[in-house]
Design a protein around this ligand. Structure first.
Ligand SMILES: Nc1nc2c(ncn2[C@@H]2O[C@H](COP(=O)(O)OP(=O)(O)OP(=O)(O)O)[C@@H](O)[C@H]2O)c(=O)[nH]1
Ligand SMILES: [Mg+2]
Length: 463
């Protein structure tokens, strides 16, 4: 997407490549209809040649895609033509629903390119929807979040953003700021008695509170959207892989009585109370390992721990604490974590109280599935900072939006401070303008081409 040309016609395979029930080729742009007419032979046209190119808008028409050069049939399809502006991109859009095989879809796409379409870049259809004003930027980003949602909670956050809930809040706050800005700029140009004096502090404070309010659920929103990485660590044979399996309710990792069974890290995602939790099973860490493969595994588990948001330290409750347990506990002391005392189906040996005294402890049996639900509760409690409420859906779930909101809040604070400190209107106006621009970045009123490119590059082709 080097340049934002939106006047040409683009085409892409919109469904994942592979064998499927159907596969869709999408075309958007002024030539969409004429391209379809070159390639598509409605079934009715075979019987009544006069109806050859008659396609009723938004009606599925059955027919065949044929190579216009040879007349050779490529696939049997349903085609639909959606004239502008009532389409996803607000341009003329054509969708060809073909059989979901790689070869017929590729050939159909190839024919559209031959007939004048250009291959669409990732996200280019949605970019057009944005440029043509059908979606604002936050809504366009929500499209990607809907596609990528890993839990129902994440999907709910994304669909509300797609509907424009966040955009509406941001717009109304921005409008308030624009009013303040207009007043400040007017008072630069006119002497005091020419415009009625207006309170600037109160609206700035109001905006500040509104921004704080929007931001207040952002941390939770980000968690729903991005998930949390939890590394399961501990010395060999304490039951890390068994714990992963217990949390997955399945047999994913290999479990044996032999210490050193897990040689490499293994990742699986589970959904606990709407939070996508990426569990990383690691090789047991011990001080000295002669085995080269195991040593590499141990290195990886240290790395996994570094990248994790939280650590689950597994201890074998039926065995006395070892030096290895202690050195691993030192590794996790800087992370939020839980001590999981495993094997509580066996006689237990009391843990010394000085082992990570500030970290919550849970007693479980990975083998029997005992205490696993309490562990899940504890993880969610940790993730949401203790207080998990079934409060309403977070408005903000995107780090980009969170950063812009924080920046806007900072500038509003600076403007308020400046105004209270008796700064001249033109200086206060500078801060207010920065805040207005920061909010405009969320919905896309003020946005650079670089940023657009970065955002839409994350989309899949055909979206
Ligand atoms: N009694 C009992 N045995 C368990 C429990 N959890 C795991 N085990 C047994 O402990 C042994 C080691 O379990 P793993 O899950 O492979 O342990 P690990 O920590 O992944 O071991 P490494 O991969 O070697 O580091 C196996 O024989 C398991 O059946 C438990 O809760 N109770
Ligand atoms: Mg293991």
């Amino acid at each position: 997407m080097k340049t934002f040309s939106i006047d040409d016609t683009i085409a892409a395979i919109a469904t994942p490549l592979g064998e499927g029930g159907v596969g869709i080729v999408k075309i958007s742009g002024p030539e969409a209809r004429s391209i379809l007419e070159q390639l598509f032979v409605p079934a009715s046209a075979v019987r009544h040649p006069a109806s050859l190119v008659h396609l009723a808008p938004r009606r599925l028409t059955f027919g065949h895609i044929c190579d216009p050069r040879t007349g050779a049939m490529v696939d049997e399809v349903l085609a639909v033509y959606m004239p502008a502006p009532r389409s996803y991109t607000r341009q003329d859009v054509v969708e060809i629903q073909a059989h979901g095989g790689i070869v017929p879809l590729r050939q159909t796409l190839q024919l559209t390119l031959m007939s004048g379409a250009r291959l669409a870049e990732p996200g280019e259809m949605t970019l057009r929807a944005f440029v043509n004003g059908r979606l604002d930027l936050a809504q366009a980003e929500a499209v990607l979040d809907v596609v990528q949602a890993r839990t129902e909670a994440a999907l709910r956050v994304a669909t509300e953003q797609l509907e424009g809930k966040l955009s509406a809040r941001v717009r109304s706050v921005r409008a308030q700021l624009v009013e303040v800005l207009a007043y400040l700029e007017a008072s630069i140009d006119f002497v005091e008695d020419e415009i009625p004096s207006q309170d600037v502090i109160a609206p700035l404070r109001q905006v500040g509170h509104a921004l704080q309010d929007i931001l207040s659920t952002a941390d939770r929103g980000l968690i729903y959207r991005q998930g949390i990485r939890a590394a399961i660590v501990g010395r060999p044979n304490v039951g890390k892989s068994s714990l992963l399996n217990a949390l997955l309710r399945g047999e994913r990792a290999i479990v044996t009585p032999i210490p050193g069974t897990t040689r490499d890290t293994l990742e699986e995602t589970i959904n606990i109370q709407g939070v996508p939790l990426v569990l990383v099973d690691t090789a047991g860490i011990r001080a000295e390992t002669g085995d080269e493969v195991e040593r590499i595994g141990v290195e990886r588990s240290r790395a996994a721990l570094d990248r994790a948001d939280l650590a689950l330290l597994v201890i074998d409750g039926s065995q006395p604490l070892t030096d290895a347990d202690r050195s691993i506990s030192a590794l996790i002391s800087r992370k939020p974590g839980l001590v999981v005392v495993n094997k509580n189906d066996l006689p237990q040996i009391e843990l010394p109280t000085d082992l990570l005294p500030a970290v919550p402890r849970l007693s479980v049996s990975a083998l029997m599935g005992e205490g696993i639900e309490a562990l899940e509760e504890a993880v969610v409690g940790l993730v949401f900072g203790g207080a998990v409420t079934a409060a309403d859906t977070p408005l903000v779930s995107n780090p980009r939006h969170q950063a812009s909101l924080k920046r806007a809040l900072d500038y509003v604070g600076a403007a308020e401070g400046g105004q209270l400190g008796g700064l001249s209107s033109d200086l206060v106006a500078i801060d207010v303008r920065e805040a207005v621009d920061a909010l405009g970045e969320i919905t896309g009123e003020t946005v650079s081409e670089d940023l657009l490119e970065a955002i839409f590059a994350n989309f899949c082709i055909g979206k």
